[in-house]
Ligand binder design. Structure first.
Ligand code: CO8
Length: 373
C-alpha cells in the first residue's frame, strides 16, 4: 500500500509590511476626511460619524502586530484604501503564479526534488485572481511539471482540504508527488474602510510537497496519520463578489462584495467546533491530546487559538506547543497554519506527533495529524 508523506514546505513572504500604527493612522485619516465631507449630514443627525480605530484594540482583540502585503502605498492612501496591483499582460506570469513559484521552489529544495519528480499541482486558496485558465495550470507550466493541475477554494481551510486531495492522489497512485500551493492575497478582498475588520488580514504564499514515502529521500519529513474535514454552512463570514455581479449593477462596489464577518459569532461558534473535530480525530486514531507535541493552528486570532488549545489539552498551551505567527503575518487565510508548520517543525524529534488545523469561512475545518519520521 502506498503511503503519503509531507517531505517539504515553502513560504513566500511579501517584503512590504504595515504595522498597526501605520494602518490605524491611514484609517483615521480616512475617517477624518469622510466625516469632514459629510459634516452637515452628521450635524443634522442623518448620518452617523465614523469612529477612529486604535492599535491597542487591534493587538488586544486579535494579537496582530503587523502584516506583510503585496502593496503598501495603496492601502495606506486614505483616498484609496486598497492595494495598488497593476494588471499584467497575458504574456506575463500572474502575481499569484509568481508567489506560488517562489514557495514551490523552496518546498522542492527542502525535499531534495525537482519539477520532474512532481505529477500534480493544486492551487488551494480563498481568492483566485481570475477564473480561468486555472492559476494552478499556470504554476504547473512555470515550474515545468508534466501532469495535471487544478484550483480549489475552501476559504481558510483550502490548504488542509488540498492536503487531503494530495494524499488521495498519491495513495491511489494517480500522482507520485503533488504540490499544494496557497497564494493568499487577502489584501485584495479586505475592506480597509471597515473599522471592525480593516486590520485582520495579510498576504503570503505557502507550498507543501506530498509524495510517496518510498520516494522521500531528503530529511525526515512527516507521515500523515489522518485527515479530518468538516463543513457547516454559515453566513457569518461572507463575500458576495462573483461573476454574476454585473447582472445587477445596483450591487457593484457595495461592501458585501468584499470580506464581511460577524467576528464575535465566528469566535463563539467555531472554537468549540474546532476543538471537537480535533478531539474526535485523535480518538479515532487511538491518540490522547497529551500525545500531541505541537498544534499548528489557523492563525486568525490569538485568543481563539488559546481557547481551542485549552479545550483540546484541558490546560493552557505555551507558544512552543501552539506557535504563533499571526503577530507578524495577521490572518493569511489558508496559508496561516501552514506558515506556522513551515516555521516551527524542524525541532521536532522522530516520533513526535502534531496537528495542523485550519478553520474559517464556510464554516470549514481541516485537521491533519502528522508524525515526524
Ligand atoms: N478599533 C477600536 N475599537 C474597535 C475596532 C477598532 N478597529 N473595531 C471594533 N471596535 C470596538 C467595537 O465597536 C466594540 O465596541 P463596543 O463594545 O462599544 O460595542 C468593541 O471594540 C468590541 O468589538 P468586537 O466585539 O467586534 O471585538 P472582538 O473582541 O470580538 O474582536 C475580532 C473582533 C478580532 C474580529 C474577533 O471577533 C475575531 O477575531 N473573531 C474571529 C474571526 C475569525 O476567526 N474569522 C475567520 C475569518 S477568516 C476566513 O475564513 C477567511 C476568509 C477568506 C479570506 C478573504 C480575504 C480578505
Amino acid at each position: 500500500m502506498i503511503k503519503a508523506v509531507i517531505s517539504g514546505t515553502g513560504l513566500y513572504t511579501p517584503p512590504a509590511t504595515i504595522d498597526n500604527d501605520e494602518l490605524v493612522e491611514a484609517f483615521n485619516a480616512f475617517v477624518e476626511i469622510h466625516n469632514g465631507k459629510h459634516a452637515d449630514e452628521i450635524a443634522r443627525g442623518e448620518l452617523e460619524a465614523l469612529q477612529p480605530s486604535s492599535s491597542s484594540f487591534i493587538e488586544k482583540a486579535s494579537g496582530i502586530k503587523r502584516r506583510h502585503v503585496i502593496d503598501k502605498s495603496g492601502i495606506l492612501d486614505p483616498e484609496r484604501m486598497a492595494p495598488h496591483i497593476p494588471e499584467r499582460g497575458n504574456d506575463q506570469p500572474s502575481v499569484q503564479c509568481d508567489m506560488s513559484v517562489a514557495a514551490c521552489k523552496e518546498a522542492l529544495e527542502q525535499a531534495g526534488k525537482t519539477a520532474s519528480d512532481v505529477d500534480a499541482v493544486i492551487v488551494a486558496c480563498s481568492n483566485m485572481q481570475r477564473p480561468y485558465p486555472a492559476i494552478s495550470i499556470e504554476v504547473q507550466n512555470a515550474l515545468g511539471i508534466d501532469g495535471f493541475a487544478y484550483d480549489m477554494n475552501v476559504a481558510c481551510s483550502s490548504a488542509t482540504f488540498g492536503l487531503q486531495a494530495a494524499v488521495n492522489s498519491v495513495e491511489n497512485g494517480s500522482a507520485r508527488a503533488v504540490l499544494v500551493v496557497s497564494p493568499e492575497i487577502c489584501s485584495g478582498h479586505l475592506n480597509f474602510r471597515d473599522r471592525d475588520s480593516h486590520f485582520i488580514f495579510g498576504d503570503a504564499c505557502t507550498a507543501i510537497l506530498v509524495e510517496r514515502e518510498e520516494d522521500a529521500v531528503s530529511g525526515p519529513g512527516f507521515e500523515i496519520l489522518g485527515t479530518s474535514l468538516k463543513t457547516k454552512f454559515s453566513n457569518n463570514i461572507r463575500n458576495n463578489f462573483g461573476f454574476l455581479n454585473r447582472g445587477d449593477e445596483s450591487g457593484i462596489g457595495k461592501p458585501d462584495k468584499l470580506f464581511v464577518q460577524q467576528g464575535r459569532k465566528v469566535f463563539k461558534e467555531v472554537s468549540p467546533l474546532v476543538a471537537e473535530t480535533i478531539l474526535n480525530q485523535l480518538n479515532g486514531l487511538s491518540l490522547a491530546p497529551d500525545d500531541l507535541r505541537r498544534m499548528w493552528l489557523h492563525q486568525a486570532n490569538l485568543n481563539m487559538n488559546q481557547l481551542i488549545a485549552r479545550k483540546v489539552l484541558g490546560r493552557d498551551a505555551d507558544t512552543d506547543e501552539a506557535p504563533v505567527i499571526l503577530d507578524e503575518y495577521a490572518n493569511t487565510s489558508s496559508a496561516g497554519s501552514i506558515i506556522a508548520f513551515h516555521k516551527h517543525k524542524d525541532d521536532l524529534k522522530s516520533g513526535d506527533l502534531g496537528v495542523i488545523c485550519s478553520f474559517g469561512a464556510g464554516y470549514s475545518i481541516g485537521s491533519v495529524v502528522v508524525r515526524r519520521r
